[in-house]
Design a protein around this ligand. Structure first.
Ligand code: NAI
Length: 331
Protein backbone atom coordinates (compact mmCIF):
# COMPACT_ATOMS: atom_id res chain seq x y z
CA UNK A 1 0.00 0.00 0.00
CA UNK A 2 1.25 3.47 -0.86
CA UNK A 3 2.45 5.32 2.21
CA UNK A 4 1.97 8.70 0.54
CA UNK A 5 -1.80 8.62 0.21
CA UNK A 6 -3.23 11.03 2.70
CA UNK A 7 -6.48 10.84 4.58
CA UNK A 8 -7.81 13.96 6.29
CA UNK A 9 -10.34 14.44 9.06
CA UNK A 10 -12.16 17.35 10.76
CA UNK A 11 -9.08 18.35 12.73
CA UNK A 12 -7.11 18.88 9.50
CA UNK A 13 -9.55 21.41 8.06
CA UNK A 14 -10.21 25.02 9.08
CA UNK A 15 -13.57 26.58 8.21
CA UNK A 16 -12.01 29.98 8.89
CA UNK A 17 -10.50 29.82 5.37
CA UNK A 18 -14.04 30.32 4.00
CA UNK A 19 -14.85 33.32 6.20
CA UNK A 20 -15.90 36.30 4.05
CA UNK A 21 -15.99 34.09 0.95
CA UNK A 22 -19.05 33.64 -1.22
CA UNK A 23 -19.57 30.10 -2.45
CA UNK A 24 -21.69 29.67 -5.57
CA UNK A 25 -23.21 26.24 -5.98
CA UNK A 26 -23.91 25.86 -9.69
CA UNK A 27 -26.74 23.37 -10.10
CA UNK A 28 -29.35 22.31 -7.54
CA UNK A 29 -29.83 18.64 -8.37
CA UNK A 30 -28.63 15.46 -6.66
CA UNK A 31 -25.39 16.88 -5.31
CA UNK A 32 -26.10 20.61 -5.57
CA UNK A 33 -29.11 20.63 -3.26
CA UNK A 34 -27.49 18.49 -0.56
CA UNK A 35 -24.12 20.22 -0.65
CA UNK A 36 -25.72 23.69 -0.61
CA UNK A 37 -27.89 22.81 2.41
CA UNK A 38 -24.88 21.32 4.23
CA UNK A 39 -22.74 24.39 3.46
CA UNK A 40 -25.51 26.64 4.80
CA UNK A 41 -25.76 24.57 7.98
CA UNK A 42 -22.00 25.07 8.36
CA UNK A 43 -22.63 28.86 8.23
CA UNK A 44 -21.01 29.33 4.84
CA UNK A 45 -22.27 32.18 2.66
CA UNK A 46 -23.93 30.22 -0.18
CA UNK A 47 -25.65 31.44 -3.32
CA UNK A 48 -27.06 29.29 -6.12
CA UNK A 49 -26.47 29.63 -9.85
CA UNK A 50 -29.07 27.87 -11.96
CA UNK A 51 -30.89 27.98 -15.27
CA UNK A 52 -34.60 28.73 -15.28
CA UNK A 53 -36.05 25.31 -14.49
CA UNK A 54 -37.70 23.32 -11.73
CA UNK A 55 -34.38 23.00 -9.84
CA UNK A 56 -34.29 26.79 -9.56
CA UNK A 57 -37.77 26.78 -8.01
CA UNK A 58 -36.67 24.11 -5.57
CA UNK A 59 -33.65 26.17 -4.48
CA UNK A 60 -35.85 29.22 -3.95
CA UNK A 61 -38.32 27.12 -1.99
CA UNK A 62 -35.41 26.08 0.25
CA UNK A 63 -34.72 29.76 0.92
CA UNK A 64 -31.69 30.33 -1.30
CA UNK A 65 -31.08 33.36 -3.46
CA UNK A 66 -30.78 32.04 -7.01
CA UNK A 67 -28.91 33.88 -9.74
CA UNK A 68 -28.26 33.08 -13.38
CA UNK A 69 -25.05 31.07 -13.77
CA UNK A 70 -22.94 34.01 -15.09
CA UNK A 71 -24.23 36.30 -12.31
CA UNK A 72 -23.46 33.73 -9.61
CA UNK A 73 -19.94 33.24 -11.00
CA UNK A 74 -19.40 37.01 -10.98
CA UNK A 75 -20.47 37.32 -7.34
CA UNK A 76 -18.64 34.28 -5.97
CA UNK A 77 -15.10 33.59 -4.80
CA UNK A 78 -15.59 29.83 -5.00
CA UNK A 79 -17.61 28.15 -7.74
CA UNK A 80 -18.75 24.58 -7.12
CA UNK A 81 -19.78 22.92 -10.37
CA UNK A 82 -22.64 20.55 -9.56
CA UNK A 83 -24.27 20.07 -12.93
CA UNK A 84 -24.11 16.91 -15.08
CA UNK A 85 -20.65 16.23 -16.54
CA UNK A 86 -22.17 15.93 -20.03
CA UNK A 87 -23.39 19.54 -20.10
CA UNK A 88 -20.49 21.03 -18.14
CA UNK A 89 -18.15 21.66 -21.09
CA UNK A 90 -20.68 23.87 -22.90
CA UNK A 91 -21.83 25.61 -19.71
CA UNK A 92 -18.24 26.45 -18.77
CA UNK A 93 -17.48 27.82 -22.23
CA UNK A 94 -20.60 29.91 -22.55
CA UNK A 95 -21.61 30.91 -19.03
CA UNK A 96 -18.63 30.58 -16.74
CA UNK A 97 -15.42 31.48 -18.57
CA UNK A 98 -16.48 35.06 -19.38
CA UNK A 99 -16.93 35.83 -15.64
CA UNK A 100 -14.07 33.73 -14.34
CA UNK A 101 -11.66 36.40 -13.16
CA UNK A 102 -8.28 35.94 -11.50
CA UNK A 103 -8.07 34.27 -8.06
CA UNK A 104 -11.46 32.56 -8.21
CA UNK A 105 -11.66 28.90 -7.24
CA UNK A 106 -13.42 26.30 -9.35
CA UNK A 107 -14.39 23.07 -7.65
CA UNK A 108 -15.38 19.88 -9.47
CA UNK A 109 -17.29 16.95 -7.98
CA UNK A 110 -15.92 14.66 -10.67
CA UNK A 111 -12.51 14.60 -12.31
CA UNK A 112 -13.88 13.45 -15.69
CA UNK A 113 -13.79 16.62 -17.79
CA UNK A 114 -10.39 17.75 -16.52
CA UNK A 115 -8.84 14.28 -16.56
CA UNK A 116 -9.76 13.69 -20.19
CA UNK A 117 -8.84 17.22 -21.32
CA UNK A 118 -12.33 18.22 -22.33
CA UNK A 119 -12.10 21.60 -20.62
CA UNK A 120 -9.48 24.31 -20.63
CA UNK A 121 -9.48 26.77 -17.77
CA UNK A 122 -7.32 29.85 -17.15
CA UNK A 123 -4.01 29.56 -15.29
CA UNK A 124 -4.76 32.32 -12.80
CA UNK A 125 -7.41 30.47 -10.79
CA UNK A 126 -7.43 27.51 -8.38
CA UNK A 127 -8.90 24.23 -9.61
CA UNK A 128 -9.89 21.69 -6.98
CA UNK A 129 -11.69 18.38 -6.67
CA UNK A 130 -14.27 17.54 -4.01
CA UNK A 131 -15.96 14.33 -5.10
CA UNK A 132 -18.27 12.70 -2.56
CA UNK A 133 -18.39 8.92 -2.59
CA UNK A 134 -22.06 9.18 -1.78
CA UNK A 135 -25.28 9.86 -3.68
CA UNK A 136 -26.93 13.26 -3.19
CA UNK A 137 -29.59 12.30 -0.62
CA UNK A 138 -26.89 10.51 1.41
CA UNK A 139 -24.71 13.63 1.40
CA UNK A 140 -27.56 15.46 3.12
CA UNK A 141 -28.70 12.75 5.53
CA UNK A 142 -25.10 11.99 6.58
CA UNK A 143 -24.17 15.64 7.20
CA UNK A 144 -23.71 15.03 10.92
CA UNK A 145 -22.16 11.56 10.61
CA UNK A 146 -19.92 12.20 7.59
CA UNK A 147 -19.25 10.39 4.31
CA UNK A 148 -16.10 9.71 2.30
CA UNK A 149 -14.94 11.99 -0.48
CA UNK A 150 -11.96 12.19 -2.78
CA UNK A 151 -10.27 15.58 -2.71
CA UNK A 152 -7.50 17.02 -4.82
CA UNK A 153 -5.72 20.12 -5.98
CA UNK A 154 -5.29 20.37 -9.74
CA UNK A 155 -4.10 23.95 -9.97
CA UNK A 156 -2.85 25.96 -7.01
CA UNK A 157 -2.65 29.59 -8.12
CA UNK A 158 -3.35 31.02 -4.65
CA UNK A 159 -1.13 28.54 -2.81
CA UNK A 160 -4.19 28.10 -0.59
CA UNK A 161 -6.04 25.52 -2.69
CA UNK A 162 -5.43 22.60 -0.35
CA UNK A 163 -6.72 24.56 2.64
CA UNK A 164 -9.76 25.66 0.64
CA UNK A 165 -10.69 22.17 -0.54
CA UNK A 166 -10.28 20.80 2.99
CA UNK A 167 -12.48 23.58 4.39
CA UNK A 168 -15.16 22.89 1.77
CA UNK A 169 -14.97 19.18 2.55
CA UNK A 170 -15.47 19.98 6.22
CA UNK A 171 -18.34 22.35 5.45
CA UNK A 172 -20.26 19.72 3.48
CA UNK A 173 -19.72 17.27 6.37
CA UNK A 174 -17.29 14.93 4.67
CA UNK A 175 -14.20 15.25 6.90
CA UNK A 176 -16.25 13.93 9.83
CA UNK A 177 -15.81 10.54 8.16
CA UNK A 178 -12.62 11.20 6.17
CA UNK A 179 -11.41 12.47 2.80
CA UNK A 180 -8.79 10.79 0.64
CA UNK A 181 -6.40 12.75 -1.56
CA UNK A 182 -6.34 11.79 -5.24
CA UNK A 183 -5.71 13.47 -8.57
CA UNK A 184 -8.52 14.31 -11.00
CA UNK A 185 -7.17 11.51 -13.23
CA UNK A 186 -7.24 8.92 -10.45
CA UNK A 187 -10.75 9.89 -9.35
CA UNK A 188 -12.08 9.69 -12.91
CA UNK A 189 -10.34 6.39 -13.66
CA UNK A 190 -11.50 4.76 -10.42
CA UNK A 191 -15.06 5.90 -11.01
CA UNK A 192 -15.11 4.56 -14.57
CA UNK A 193 -13.38 1.34 -13.52
CA UNK A 194 -16.22 0.59 -11.10
CA UNK A 195 -18.80 1.43 -13.77
CA UNK A 196 -17.18 -0.45 -16.64
CA UNK A 197 -15.24 -3.31 -15.04
CA UNK A 198 -16.29 -4.29 -11.54
CA UNK A 199 -20.00 -3.50 -11.97
CA UNK A 200 -20.61 -5.23 -15.32
CA UNK A 201 -18.44 -8.26 -14.41
CA UNK A 202 -20.44 -8.64 -11.22
CA UNK A 203 -23.64 -8.20 -13.27
CA UNK A 204 -22.64 -11.05 -15.59
CA UNK A 205 -22.05 -13.35 -12.60
CA UNK A 206 -25.51 -12.42 -11.37
CA UNK A 207 -27.05 -13.21 -14.80
CA UNK A 208 -25.24 -16.55 -14.99
CA UNK A 209 -26.43 -17.46 -11.47
CA UNK A 210 -30.00 -16.55 -12.39
CA UNK A 211 -29.91 -18.61 -15.61
CA UNK A 212 -28.38 -21.62 -13.90
CA UNK A 213 -30.99 -21.71 -11.14
CA UNK A 214 -33.79 -21.21 -13.67
CA UNK A 215 -32.45 -24.12 -15.75
CA UNK A 216 -32.40 -26.21 -12.58
CA UNK A 217 -36.13 -25.54 -12.23
CA UNK A 218 -36.24 -23.15 -9.29
CA UNK A 219 -39.10 -20.61 -9.13
CA UNK A 220 -38.03 -17.21 -10.52
CA UNK A 221 -39.61 -15.37 -7.57
CA UNK A 222 -37.51 -17.37 -5.13
CA UNK A 223 -34.33 -16.99 -7.20
CA UNK A 224 -34.58 -13.21 -7.43
CA UNK A 225 -35.50 -12.79 -3.78
CA UNK A 226 -32.56 -15.06 -2.87
CA UNK A 227 -30.05 -13.29 -5.12
CA UNK A 228 -30.90 -9.64 -4.44
CA UNK A 229 -34.54 -8.64 -4.14
CA UNK A 230 -34.77 -9.27 -0.42
CA UNK A 231 -32.10 -6.62 0.18
CA UNK A 232 -30.09 -9.13 2.22
CA UNK A 233 -27.22 -8.86 -0.25
CA UNK A 234 -27.15 -5.07 -0.12
CA UNK A 235 -27.27 -5.26 3.67
CA UNK A 236 -24.25 -7.57 3.51
CA UNK A 237 -22.40 -5.06 1.28
CA UNK A 238 -23.12 -2.38 3.88
CA UNK A 239 -21.70 -4.62 6.59
CA UNK A 240 -18.68 -5.36 4.38
CA UNK A 241 -18.07 -1.58 4.16
CA UNK A 242 -18.41 -1.19 7.91
CA UNK A 243 -16.62 -4.28 9.22
CA UNK A 244 -14.48 -5.68 6.42
CA UNK A 245 -14.89 -8.26 3.65
CA UNK A 246 -13.78 -11.24 5.73
CA UNK A 247 -14.54 -10.06 9.27
CA UNK A 248 -18.25 -9.54 8.56
CA UNK A 249 -18.54 -13.27 7.84
CA UNK A 250 -19.02 -13.88 11.56
CA UNK A 251 -22.60 -12.61 11.09
CA UNK A 252 -23.34 -15.53 8.76
CA UNK A 253 -23.94 -19.10 9.87
CA UNK A 254 -20.98 -21.45 10.21
CA UNK A 255 -22.46 -23.52 7.36
CA UNK A 256 -22.31 -20.36 5.24
CA UNK A 257 -18.75 -19.56 6.37
CA UNK A 258 -17.51 -23.08 5.59
CA UNK A 259 -19.35 -23.23 2.25
CA UNK A 260 -18.13 -19.82 1.05
CA UNK A 261 -14.54 -20.18 2.17
CA UNK A 262 -14.08 -23.74 0.90
CA UNK A 263 -15.80 -23.15 -2.49
CA UNK A 264 -14.45 -19.68 -3.26
CA UNK A 265 -11.23 -21.18 -4.53
CA UNK A 266 -13.05 -23.09 -7.36
CA UNK A 267 -13.64 -19.78 -9.15
CA UNK A 268 -10.07 -18.51 -8.96
CA UNK A 269 -9.15 -20.11 -12.30
CA UNK A 270 -11.69 -17.90 -14.11
CA UNK A 271 -10.35 -14.68 -12.67
CA UNK A 272 -7.24 -14.30 -14.84
CA UNK A 273 -9.24 -13.96 -18.12
CA UNK A 274 -11.68 -11.63 -16.38
CA UNK A 275 -8.77 -9.52 -15.14
CA UNK A 276 -7.32 -9.47 -18.66
CA UNK A 277 -10.62 -8.25 -20.06
CA UNK A 278 -10.89 -5.60 -17.35
CA UNK A 279 -7.38 -4.46 -18.16
CA UNK A 280 -8.32 -3.92 -21.81
CA UNK A 281 -11.37 -1.89 -20.82
CA UNK A 282 -9.31 0.03 -18.24
CA UNK A 283 -6.64 0.94 -20.82
CA UNK A 284 -9.35 2.57 -22.92
CA UNK A 285 -10.44 4.53 -19.86
CA UNK A 286 -7.00 5.87 -18.91
CA UNK A 287 -5.91 6.57 -22.48
CA UNK A 288 -8.97 8.79 -22.94
CA UNK A 289 -10.33 6.58 -25.75
CA UNK A 290 -13.55 5.93 -23.85
CA UNK A 291 -14.10 9.66 -23.23
CA UNK A 292 -13.69 10.33 -26.98
CA UNK A 293 -16.07 7.49 -27.86
CA UNK A 294 -18.70 8.83 -25.41
CA UNK A 295 -18.35 12.37 -26.77
CA UNK A 296 -18.98 11.07 -30.30
CA UNK A 297 -21.93 9.04 -29.07
CA UNK A 298 -23.49 12.13 -27.43
CA UNK A 299 -23.09 14.10 -30.66
CA UNK A 300 -24.99 11.33 -32.48
CA UNK A 301 -27.91 11.74 -30.07
CA UNK A 302 -26.93 8.77 -27.88
CA UNK A 303 -28.41 6.29 -30.36
CA UNK A 304 -26.21 3.41 -29.22
CA UNK A 305 -27.01 4.07 -25.56
CA UNK A 306 -30.74 3.99 -26.33
CA UNK A 307 -30.31 0.74 -28.27
CA UNK A 308 -28.24 -0.86 -25.48
CA UNK A 309 -30.81 0.18 -22.89
CA UNK A 310 -33.66 -1.25 -24.97
CA UNK A 311 -31.91 -4.59 -25.42
CA UNK A 312 -30.97 -4.77 -21.70
CA UNK A 313 -34.66 -4.38 -20.90
CA UNK A 314 -35.38 -7.42 -23.07
CA UNK A 315 -32.98 -9.80 -21.29
CA UNK A 316 -34.48 -12.79 -19.53
CA UNK A 317 -33.46 -11.34 -16.17
CA UNK A 318 -35.15 -7.98 -16.82
CA UNK A 319 -38.32 -9.57 -18.20
CA UNK A 320 -38.61 -12.05 -15.33
CA UNK A 321 -37.86 -9.30 -12.86
CA UNK A 322 -40.79 -7.22 -14.13
CA UNK A 323 -43.20 -10.13 -13.62
CA UNK A 324 -41.77 -11.01 -10.23
CA UNK A 325 -41.88 -7.40 -9.02
CA UNK A 326 -45.54 -7.20 -9.99
CA UNK A 327 -46.28 -10.42 -8.16
CA UNK A 328 -44.42 -9.27 -5.07
CA UNK A 329 -46.26 -5.94 -5.27
CA UNK A 330 -43.01 -4.01 -5.52
CA UNK A 331 -43.32 -0.58 -7.13
P1 NAI B 1 -27.87 16.49 -11.64
O1 NAI B 1 -28.26 15.76 -12.88
O2 NAI B 1 -28.68 16.21 -10.43
O3 NAI B 1 -27.89 18.06 -11.96
C1 NAI B 1 -29.05 18.78 -12.05
C2 NAI B 1 -28.70 20.26 -12.10
O4 NAI B 1 -28.01 20.55 -13.32
C3 NAI B 1 -29.92 21.15 -12.06
O5 NAI B 1 -29.69 22.25 -11.22
C4 NAI B 1 -30.07 21.63 -13.49
O6 NAI B 1 -30.65 22.93 -13.58
C5 NAI B 1 -28.62 21.66 -13.96
N1 NAI B 1 -28.51 21.52 -15.41
C6 NAI B 1 -28.90 20.46 -16.16
N2 NAI B 1 -28.66 20.70 -17.47
C7 NAI B 1 -28.10 21.95 -17.53
C8 NAI B 1 -27.63 22.76 -18.59
N3 NAI B 1 -27.68 22.36 -19.86
N4 NAI B 1 -27.12 23.97 -18.28
C9 NAI B 1 -27.04 24.40 -16.99
N5 NAI B 1 -27.47 23.67 -15.94
C10 NAI B 1 -28.00 22.47 -16.21
O7 NAI B 1 -26.30 16.30 -11.38
P2 NAI B 1 -25.59 15.46 -10.21
O8 NAI B 1 -25.93 14.03 -10.34
O9 NAI B 1 -25.82 16.16 -8.93
O10 NAI B 1 -24.06 15.62 -10.64
C11 NAI B 1 -23.36 16.84 -10.41
C12 NAI B 1 -21.87 16.57 -10.33
O11 NAI B 1 -21.61 15.75 -9.20
C13 NAI B 1 -21.30 15.81 -11.53
O12 NAI B 1 -20.00 16.28 -11.77
C14 NAI B 1 -21.25 14.37 -11.04
O13 NAI B 1 -20.28 13.59 -11.70
C15 NAI B 1 -20.88 14.59 -9.58
N6 NAI B 1 -21.24 13.52 -8.67
C16 NAI B 1 -22.53 13.03 -8.65
C17 NAI B 1 -22.89 12.05 -7.74
C18 NAI B 1 -24.33 11.62 -7.63
O14 NAI B 1 -24.69 11.05 -6.61
N7 NAI B 1 -25.19 11.86 -8.60
C19 NAI B 1 -21.92 11.46 -6.81
C20 NAI B 1 -20.63 12.13 -6.82
C21 NAI B 1 -20.32 13.09 -7.75
Amino acid sequence: MSEEVKVFFDKDADLGVLKDKIVAVIGYGNQGKSQALNLRDSKINVIIGNIDDEYKNDAEKDGFVVYSIPEAVKKADIIMLLIPDEVMVEVIKEKILPSLTENKVVSFASGYNIAFNLIELPKNIDIILLAPRMIGPGVRSLYKEGFYSFIGVHQDHSKMAKKIVLALAKAIGSTRKGVIETTMEQEAALDLFTEQCFGPAFGQVLMASFQLLLEEGYPPEAILVELYMSGEMSYTWKTIAEEGFIDQMVHHSRTSQYGSLSRGVYYVKFMEPIKEQMKEVFQKIVSGKFAKEWQKEQKKGEKTLKMLFASAKKTLLAETERKVREKLRLK
